[in-house]
Design a protein around this ligand. Sequence first.
Ligand SMILES: [Zn+2]
Length: 155
Amino acid sequence: MIMDLNREQVSYGSADQPAALADVMSVDVEDYFQVSAMEGIIDRRDWPSMACRVERNVHEILDLFDRHQAKATFFTLGWIARRYPDLIREIAKRGHEIASHGMQHIRVSSQSPEAFRSDVRESRALLEDISGSVVLGYRAASFSLTPGTDWLMPF
Ligand SMILES: [Zn+2]
């Protein structure tokens, strides 16, 4: 399974209130053949014929989070949502946030502004339709908010 589990501590506070730490957990919902390291090895056109592990693995993570009463944000590929809509509904039903990871894990730095906008809109609408919840978050594939993607900031 390739699934990024990210745990961070976030500090928040104000001038009047001392900062506090909060644990923040997130998951990238993608399969092993969809990560950028597989670009050039596995063609996107072959994705439909690949054996998927994501469904089983996400259920294991959901059970683990339930046992520890942990909530997370699940940054989900539109490709996964389209193929496994019940999985997206299950994530949302268990109280986790659904967020977008784009449709097909394409780096922001490889997209034009128009292509990026279309990708985000399509994945957001799909995830909202399936989950029944508002999608607010987006995670760029492979840390691809890099110099040269400044055009993204007006979004
Ligand atoms: Zn990813």
